[in-house]
Ligand binder design. Structure first.
Ligand SMILES: [Zn+2]
Length: 108
């Protein structure tokens, strides 16, 4: 069982962690290059050869979420004290809010 120390506020918790398959790359460890997201099969800029390479993964990049591991260590929500989970969820919510705000404003 993996354990990890997580500090929230002034308190350090020893937290039970679990491995999950990365939801970004589905465990592959790499993803299609985001630079090519949204290109169309009919785009005259790209020829058949490009798409062949593309679908064969030539342009794939290391998954930024799991750093190529294909799996991630996350907090095991079924296996930790309610006290920690409560604080942790609040913290996660707060962080998600900050992230959303930052994206909206494009500044720090
Ligand atoms: Zn990944």
């Amino acid at each position: 069982m993996a354990k990890q120390q997580i500090v929230i506020g002034d308190v350090a918790y020893m937290v039970n962690m679990k491995w999950v398959i990365c939801d970004r790359c589905k465990g592959e460890g790499s993803i299609g290059n985001p630079a090519f997201d949204g290109i169309s099969l009919n785009d005259p800029e790209y020829d058949e050869e490009f798409f062949e390479d593309y679908f064969n993964g030539h342009y794939d990049v290391t998954c930024p979420k799991c750093m190529g591991a294909g799996k991630m260590l996350v907090v095991d929500e079924d296996n930790n004290s309610e006290e920690f989970l409560k604080v942790w969820r609040e913290e996660e919510e707060y962080r998600a809010e900050c992230e959303a705000e930052r994206m909206a404003e494009q500044c720090f």
